[in-house]
Design a protein around this ligand. Structure first.
Ligand SMILES: [Zn+2]
Length: 432
């Protein structure tokens, strides 16, 4: 018998959104990776484990990946609601952000990580400020993250100019190169807060380092109108003219698009991060996700920051994403549960050029969650993928493992002291 680090067993095993579940399944983990999985009997005869997590009522599934957030914005949760994006951002968020410090960002990020682990999230894409601090927090907590320092034409709380923020990005890429869980991205904020020159510099930085670029794009009709007025074209075409539209671009939101924009995004193989609850709450509209999927655009799912959502719960985001498209298309066959789950797992991995994530298979990273099915709202369970998308709540997640590390066991976080975190949060909230 081969010794492994962890064996997880459960009632059902979902390896990916499109494959049938395995009954009485098990996963064997060694050195951060899955070395075997399948029916429990086979795994138990071949391996013995240093640690076992046995969940006779558990549904084992890939860990979710949140494709867009601003983790530290948890400190602004509920600060200003029910306002248009521009007013919300310029009159409420930007003035508060001016007082941000690395210490506040560290606590906000830790709070976000705790919340995301509790929602079954094992990785997230973060665009914010003081990102070296964010990377250090993520490194310590054990999640996986794609991290980018926000770049603007104007000074940010962290840097005196966009050029300085891009220099920091280059420095972060060198510093975190080779880290098993942390990847640095290049993050110009939007086409209306970054000049064409700054966008071109961001493009060059990304190309030089082979990094991904993350940008908010076509979030509102206001933005589409503004870019049309300034540059005589749509936000998507504007980025294309500047050479940013390619398979290493993650364009966030993409709500205000026309048919040509959708075709262009598909042709250039740009990735789109859909944040339905943030778009709904800010009344930005609904991204044409069903049409983008039909055109072959790779769509992934994000929560956006907690200040505009107001939570980081990717489980409810999958539910919203699926139902919203059915509603606006007046056709229930659009965005079935399997696609909604793919938007938070396999498609996200593809968007981020990582075929070893978002799926449970031999050789993949051991990023997985166990959902406790032994609850009245989860019984009976005919179709576990349907249950993950339409029924399960974040509180149903019992265990979370990322790259072979147990981050939550039986609903207890192992790398975050929640009581201590909440008391530190209380102190900094007074400063905000
Ligand atoms: Zn955002």
């Amino acid at each position: 018998m081969e010794k492994v680090d962890i064996v997880v067993t459960g009632e059902l095993l979902v390896t990916d959104p499109f494959s049938p579940p395995v009954k009485d399944g098990a996963v064997a983990v060694k050195d951060g990776k899955i070395i075997a999985l399948g029916p429990k009997n086979g795994i138990e005869t071949a391996f013995y484990a240093a640690k076992r997590i046995d969940r006779p009522n558990g549904l084992i599934a890939p860990g979710l990946i949140n494709a867009h957030t601003h983790a530290a914005m948890t400190v602004f949760r509920g600060l200003a609601d029910d306002l248009p994006l521009k007013t919300w951002l310029e009159e409420h968020i930007f003035p508060k952000e001016a007082r941000l410090t690395p210490e506040i960002v560290a606590i906000g990020t830790e709070l976000a990580c705790a919340e995301m682990i509790r929602c079954g999230t094992t990785g997230f894409v973060d665009m914010y400020l003081f990102e070296d601090t964010v990377a250090s927090v993520v490194d310590r907590i054990g999640l996986r993250a794609w991290i980018g320092e926000g770049v603007f034409d104007f000074p940010s709380p962290a840097f005196s100019s966009g050029i300085e923020a891009l220099k920091e990005t280059g420095r972060l890429i060198s510093k975190w190169q080779g880290h098993p869980r942390i990847t640095i991205t290049v993050d110009p904020h939007t086409p209306y807060t970054c000049s064409p020159d700054l966008l071109a510099m961001a493009r060059d930085t990304a190309e030089r380092h082979g990094a991904m670029t993350v940008i908010h794009l076509a979030e509102t009709d206001w933005e589409a109108h503004e870019i049309q007025t300034r540059f005589g074209t749509s936000p998507v075409c504007h980025l294309d003219r500047l050479g940013l539209l390619n398979e290493r671009l993650l364009a966030v939101h993409c709500v205000s698009l026309d048919k040509d924009d959708i075709k262009l995004l598909a042709r250039k193989r740009a990735r789109v991060a859909h944040c339905p609850e943030s778009n709904l709450k800010l009344a930005s509209g609904v991204a044409p996700v069903a049409e983008m999927i039909q055109e072959g655009v790779i769509i992934v799912l994000g929560t956006d920051g907690a200040a505009s959502n107001n939570d980081l719960d990717l489980m409810s985001e999958m539910d919203t994403a699926a139902k919203l498209q059915k509603g606006i298309m007046k056709d229930p066959t659009f965005v079935p549960a399997s696609q909604a789950l793919a938007m938070a797992t396999t498609w996200t991995a593809k968007a981020l050029h990582r075929d070893d994530l978002g799926v449970l298979r031999k050789g993949a990273q051991a990023d997985l969650v166990v959902v406790d099915l032994n609850q009245v709202h989860l019984r009976p369970c005919y179709n576990p993928v349907s249950h993950i998308v339409y029924v399960a709540r974040s509180g149903d997640v019992q265990d979370v493992i990322a790259s072979g590390m147990v981050l939550m066991e039986d609903r207890r976080l192992t790398t975050i002291d929640e009581e201590d975190l909440l008391s530190r949060l209380k102190r900094i909230v007074q400063a905000i």
